[in-house]
Design a binder for this molecule. Structure first.
Ligand code: NAI
Length: 336
């Protein structure tokens, strides 16, 4: 049998954490051939709730679940970890300025970055879900200089799924017929869900949309804002934030990263930029990526039209501002 993989889940007693760990135990994170050992990290005040989750995980009698341990110390929680699901973060409270939010999260992600640097396994990889996810990933990476930068990613897979689903709905297609959607930039309202390379049933999505009465104004005025503001729509309709869909996206992100994207297809992930498409190398930005042998590679050579370039630049500008704010507060680690 395969060796068990240690997976550290932060914010494990929170909503997304709770929705993620049972599916991870069921094999939806690393596939049905890989046993997992779960390390649940919580704040001291939520430790008891995480212990309750651990009891329920035991009650699942999951054949792939090798063990569950609960921690409130990041150093112990990341010891030996190969996968980090960094879900816990400090949400924006009423009247909280952006600088306060960045500072509170820098406190969390710098400590976790140092713990990862000190004790995680050689093959450690992380997806940051907790917002502001891209910049939190950058902060963690800056405090983990011995871990390759590209192992710290952030979640834009939920945005990717939302874009796929909206395109399918607008064209009357099944989601399985949609391909080539891309999310660029920040996981925020400035993100750019890009349909210019997308296909529906093998035909260019923009043509299929036009035939369904949706022109490029519909893309700019309806599709893009609907995807970018879907989180707010869920809160309004459901009376709570996106949870199960975020958990699902988190599992898909790691699974594709480790096991590979389907041949001829790509997904979207926020990764340390390699300088492609004019995105500065020090930023963690969403790109279309393919994954092979555990590595994510930005899809090269895509033609960006003037509209796309402008939208990508705007979102990347926001990432640069977030990074500058964190740097000005002195919160970046030794890797900078
Ligand atoms: P939640 O508030 O239910 O859970 C967060 C948990 O994290 C809490 O149990 C809290 O005790 C814990 N936590 C906070 N600081 C921690 C630390 N330093 N170490 C360990 N645990 C810590 O929130 P929910 O709904 O689970 O969302 C989690 C995060 O995911 C939020 O930041 C949210 O904005 C973000 N999110 C990101 C999405 C994306 O697509 N990137 C989509 C949806 C949510």
């Amino acid at each position: 049998p395969a060796r068990p993989v240690t997976v550290t889940v932060t914010g494990a007693a929170g909503q997304i954490g709770y929705a993620t760990v049972f599916r991870a135990a069921a094999g939806d994170l690393l596939g049905p051939g890989t046993p997992v050992r779960l390390h649940l990290l919580e704040l001291p005040q939520a430790r008891r709730a995480a212990e309750g989750t651990a009891l329920e995980l035991q009650d699942g009698a999951f054949p792939l679940l090798e063990g569950v341990e609960v921690f409130d110390d990041p150093a112990a929680a990341f010891e030996g970890a190969s996968v980090g699901l960094l879900i816990g973060s400090r949400p924006r409270g009423p009247g909280m300025e952006r600088a306060d939010l960045l500072e509170a999260n820098a406190g969390i992600f710098s400590v976790q970055g140092r713990a990862i640097n000190a004790g995680a396994a050689e093959d450690f990889r992380a997806v940051v879900v907790g917002n502001p996810a891209n910049t939190n990933a950058l902060i963690a990476a800056s405090h983990a200089p011995d871990v390759p930068r590209e192992r710290f990613t952030a979640l834009t897979r939920l945005d990717h799924h939302r874009a796929v689903a909206q395109l399918a709905a607008a064209t009357g297609a099944r989601t399985a017929e949609v391909d080539g959607v891309a999310i660029w930039g920040n996981h925020s309202a400035t993100q750019y869900p890009d349909l210019t390379h997308a296909t529906v049933g093998g035909r260019p999505a923009l043509e299929v949309l036009a035939a369904a009465g949706h022109d490029r104004d519909w893309v700019a005025g309806t599709f893009i804002p609907r995807v970018a503001r879907r989180g707010a729509e869920i809160i309004e309709v459901r009376g709570g934030s996106s949870v199960a869909s975020a958990a699902h996206a988190t599992l898909c992100h790691v699974r594709d990263w480790v096991l590979g994207t389907p041949q001829g297809s790509w997904t979207s992930m926020a990764v340390a930029s390699d300088g492609s498409y004019g995105v500065p190398e020090e930023l963690v930005s969403s790109f279309p990526v393919t994954c092979r042998n555990g590595a994510a590679t930005v899809v090269p050579g895509l033609e960006l039209d003037a509209f796309s370039r402008e939208r990508v630049e705007r979102s990347v500008q926001e990432l640069a501002e977030e990074r500058a704010a964190v740097a000005a507060l002195g919160l970046l680690g030794p890797r900078g």
